[in-house]
Design a protein around this ligand. Structure first.
Ligand SMILES: Cc1cc2nc3c(=O)[nH]c(=O)nc-3n(C[C@H](O)[C@H](O)[C@H](O)COP(=O)(O)OP(=O)(O)OC[C@H]3O[C@@H](n4cnc5c(N)ncnc54)[C@H](O)[C@@H]3O)c2cc1C
Length: 377
């Protein structure tokens, strides 16, 4: 029996573990850096039908209905005037049992954990070295050394595995943007509301049937090197409050009043696609590639990647990176286009952007190509 080390108990690592649980030709262990997984946080995540199809393979359709939401549309608004620009019908990409879904990230993690035996996750593990011998010899900070046939790096955007493999080149880069996250209780619109402003956008969407909503804003912000690496700055209440005040002053929605438990963090993205020289090392999820967060595909792609990797390990087809590179390029270009269009500041550009949005949001061929290609894969 072949054994697999999965580094990281995030969305990708846990989904892969769920697939491996149903396959007797592999044994696996998950090494997680944290001491436990936070199952209490209230922030949300959007999952498109491509990942819901895969999650249903492991029983996601049986999730408690009150803990998920099925938004039917994305409504685009001008952030200042709150005037609706257009909407996109998401339901057109749904299948009978797979619908565009929003929920709390912690609920997704809880679901993914429910099928994994406790002893399979080794917490407080920090990988420090990889040696290629007959098998892969992994060394951890606590002096633990173990050998595996395969190594799956699912340790997210700040992947340590990638840093070990590619040194400085493996590190992500600051995307000149900061994310603000928060929770809203009771909001007037039950679909996904996307507000576009100059150099920022924010999104509000329901995360369950209890009138709880997720707030996420991406704000353009150039920072100097010392600020980027200063984690205390991002935990500082004054810094967070200044950011929320800054976007509040550019919208007629009273964000300072309605958004609670606001947190902020810098956004990092991958510099380029990198393939390890070891044949039996696989990068998945954000560790393979972190996208700009303007297409809401990071988690869905992490799930898709884990599924492709599982198929590849099963049939030994060596197609994993080929398929992943193609998909990553498609998502990355769409994420970058969205980010650019959402943040336009010049009123003339905004005027034309809104005309394009109105036209393309109702153009079947465009939607099929831009969204359908990704959602229906
Ligand atoms: C602001 C923002 C909003 C987003 N919204 C959405 C959305 O709505 N929809 C969507 O699809 N995606 C969204 N994403 C992206 C999504 O969250 C990520 O793409 C997804 O979580 C990546 O999954 P992963 O399994 O690769 O990594 P993660 O879920 O980040 O998991 C990585 C795991 O590895 C662990 N780890 C880290 N280092 C080590 C180490 N050295 N050793 C062992 N373990 C380690 C971490 O503790 C963590 O548990 C968003 C991202 C951002 C920044």
């Amino acid at each position: 029996m072949k054994n697999i080390a999965i580094i990281g108990a995030g969305i990708s690592g846990l989904f892969l573990a769920n697939l491996l649980e149903k396959n007797t030709s592999f044994n696996y262990k998950i090494f997680e850096k944290k001491t436990s997984l936070d199952l209490s946080d209230g922030y949300g995540i959007q999952l498109s039908v491509n990942s819901i199809n895969l999650l249903n393979k492991i029983g996601f359709q049986k999730m408690n209905a009150s803990e998920i939401y099925f938004p039917k549309k994305v409504n685009f608004f001008d952030a200042k005037e709150l005037k609706k620009i257009c909407d996109i019908d998401l339901a057109q990409f749904n299948f009978e049992n797979s619908r565009y879904t929003t929920l709390k990230r912690s609920k997704l993690i809880e679901f993914l954990l429910s099928n994994i035996p406790e002893e399979k996750i080794i917490f407080n593990s920090d990988l420090i070295n990889i040696e290629e011998q007959e098998k892969l010899r992994l060394s951890f900070r606590d002096n633990n050394k173990e050998e595996f046939h395969y190594l799956v790096s699912a340790d997210g955007v700040y992947s340590r595995t990638k840093e070990i493999l590619f040194k400085k080149e493996g590190l992500p880069e600051y995307f000149n943007s900061i994310a603000l996250r928060g929770n809203i209780q009771n909001f007037e619109n039950n679909d996904i509301s996307l507000y576009l402003g100059p150099n920022f956008h924010f999104v509000i969407y329901p995360i369950n049937q209890n009138n709880e909503f997720n707030f996420i804003s991406i704000i353009r912000k150039e920072l100097i090197e010392a600020e980027i690496s200063n984690r205390n700055m991002f935990n500082d209440k004054t810094f967070t409050n200044n950011l929320i005040n800054q976007i509040s002053s550019k919208t007629n929605l009273n964000l300072t009043e309605i958004v609670k438990e606001v947190k902020c963090f810098p956004i990092f993205v991958s510099k380029k696609i990198q393939i390890p020289k070891f044949k039996n090392v696989f990068l998945t999820g954000d560790a393979f590639f972190s996208f700009p967060p303007s297409f809401a595909q990071g988690a869905s792609q992490s799930i898709e990647a884990a599924n492709e990797l599982f198929n590849d390990l099963n049939d030994n087809s060596s197609n994993y990176y080929k398929t992943r590179i193609l998909k990553t390029k498609q998502i990355n270009s769409r994420s970058s286009i969205n980010h650019f269009a959402f943040h336009l500041a010049n009123p003339v550009n905004v005027f034309f952007r809104n005309i394009f949005l109105k036209y393309f949001s109702k153009n079947k061929n465009f939607l099929e190509n831009y969204l359908g290609k990704i959602y229906k894969s």
